[in-house]
Design a protein. Structure first.
Length: 393
DNA sequence: AATCTCTCCAACCGCGCCCTC
DNA sequence: GGAGGGCGCGGTTGGAGAGAT
């Protein structure tokens, strides 16, 4: 259907808004409320001289003048949320913005285009598909499927063991610190988000788990329960060094080489760098045998599916609602990552969700685990929730 | 100091959806 | 049911500032 111009362009003022125009628009909206944008300039014109197009008024209001807008740098938590949501929703900036309070779609869009997209690109991740670029290459090259499957299964198993060890650790922590409110708080984001609080992730996780396993040509049931993972009969010790770590570390190394001057990017890698320094032995031994781009994608799928396999309700519902996803993000974000120094008023500036209560005592392994979880949460959601996999698409 | 290049982001533009008549 | 209006969305642009040469 044909469209008429939103307003008469003759005599229409264009260009940046002046403070005076902002004040006039604010005053009008304050008095009459917003809406009826098309009529607003005319109406406002009775009060003030305003020749801005109604569309421009709306844009100015929604993107700049609205009182509930937070401006300034994005925190790492926000970055993570954007990446995760973009993996799920694609370029639906308004939908993404609804999950980021006080941020506008335009701001998020700009930030994605100027920062995050490039960052992912440099890290070897396709910002469109959110998958490692090598994935496409490998698939088109027609790699031996059986070899791939074997590798896949091995990686999955390693990831599963890793998750198991992690849960055992967390279980111990819960027991040790159950009387400490501050620690309980910190654990909400770690163990809890790994089990009950991560329920919204389940649909994609479970599907991905099945998918990952099926890719490995296995007919086994792999619905590992959290109760299983937490079983005291676990044979894993905390000192196990699962291959998945190597993948992450390798990834860090790669990304570090690719890193540029951006402050945010340095922050992203700082934690990893510190961790990899202390876990160098793992890296040295294994990085050559497990390049990041071919394994991390698969492993992160596996990791999350393991951690998230404790419930089935969401899976049974067959889809992830945006609300549920938001809950997941909030739950995981609140604990996974708040490495941003400025924090944007939202980050709690700790390393394990407990930095402020004296438990961030330089435990490198914990820092490493936390960073790994942070990245895995991002990459997992990319993998599990990419538009092609999402039930929303 | 001058010029060039790059980065960032506010604003513009066109399109599609939804609603009303 | 179709035309038209209003609104919101996403892609793109252009100017300002920062950094590099």
């Amino acid at each position: 259907m044909g469209r008429s111009p939103c307003c008469d362009k003759v005599g229409l003022k264009k260009g940046p808004w002046t403070p005076e125009e902002d004040q006039k628009l604010l005053a009008y909206i304050e008095e009459h409320g917003h809406g009826s944008w098309r009529a607003l300039p005319a109406k406002a014109g009775n009060l003030v001289y305003m020749l801005m197009c109604g569309k421009s008024c709306r844009l100015r209001w929604t993107n700049y003048l609205r009182p509930d807008i937070k401006r300034g740098k994005f925190s790492m938590q926000e970055e993570q949320t954007i990446i995760q949501l973009h993996a799920l929703l694609g370029n639906r900036w308004s939908a993404i913005a609804t999950h980021l309070p006080k941020r506008t779609d335009n701001e998020i869009k700009n930030y994605w285009n100027t920062h995050l997209k490039k960052r992912l690109d440099k890290m070897g991740i396709d910002p469109v598909t959110h998958k490692p670029k090598n994935d496409a290459i490998l698939s088109t090259e027609g790699h031996s499927k059986s070899a791939s499957n074997l590798s896949h299964m091995a990686q999955w198993e390693s990831a599963r063991l890793e998750a198991e060890a992690r849960l055992v650790r967390e279980s111990k922590l819960r027991t040790s610190y159950s009387s400490s409110p501050s620690l309980q708080h910190s654990l909400i984001g770690t163990s809890a988000s790994s089990s009950s609080s991560s329920a919204p992730l389940l649909p994609s996780s479970t599907r991905s788990l099945d998918h990952a396993w099926n890719n490995g040509s296995s007919t086994s049931t792999v619905a590992t329960r959290v109760s299983d993972l937490e079983s005291p009969t676990s044979t894993l010790s905390e000192n196990n060094a699962p291959p998945v770590m190597t993948s992450v570390i390798e990834f860090v190394g790669s990304s570090e080489r690719a890193m540029v001057k951006e402050e945010g990017e340095r922050e992203w890698n700082k934690g990893f760098h510190e961790s990899s320094t202390h876990l160098g032995e793992y890296k040295d031994g294994m990085e050559n045998s497990m390049p990041f781009t071919s394994s991390l994608h698969e492993l992160t799928v596996s990791m999350a599916t393991t951690w998230g396999s404790g419930t089935t309700s969401a899976h049974e519902h067959g889809h992830v609602s945006e609300e549920g996803f938001t809950n997941l993000l909030l739950n995981s974000n609140s604990d996974h990552r708040s490495l941003s120094p400025e924090g944007g008023g939202e980050s709690n500036n700790n390393c394990l969700g407990n930095g402020s209560d004296g438990h961030n005592n330089g435990n490198d392994n914990e820092l490493y685990e936390d960073n790994k979880m942070y990245w895995n949460s991002i990459l997992n959601l990319m993998n599990c929730s990419s538009p092609s996999n999402s039930p929303m698409f």
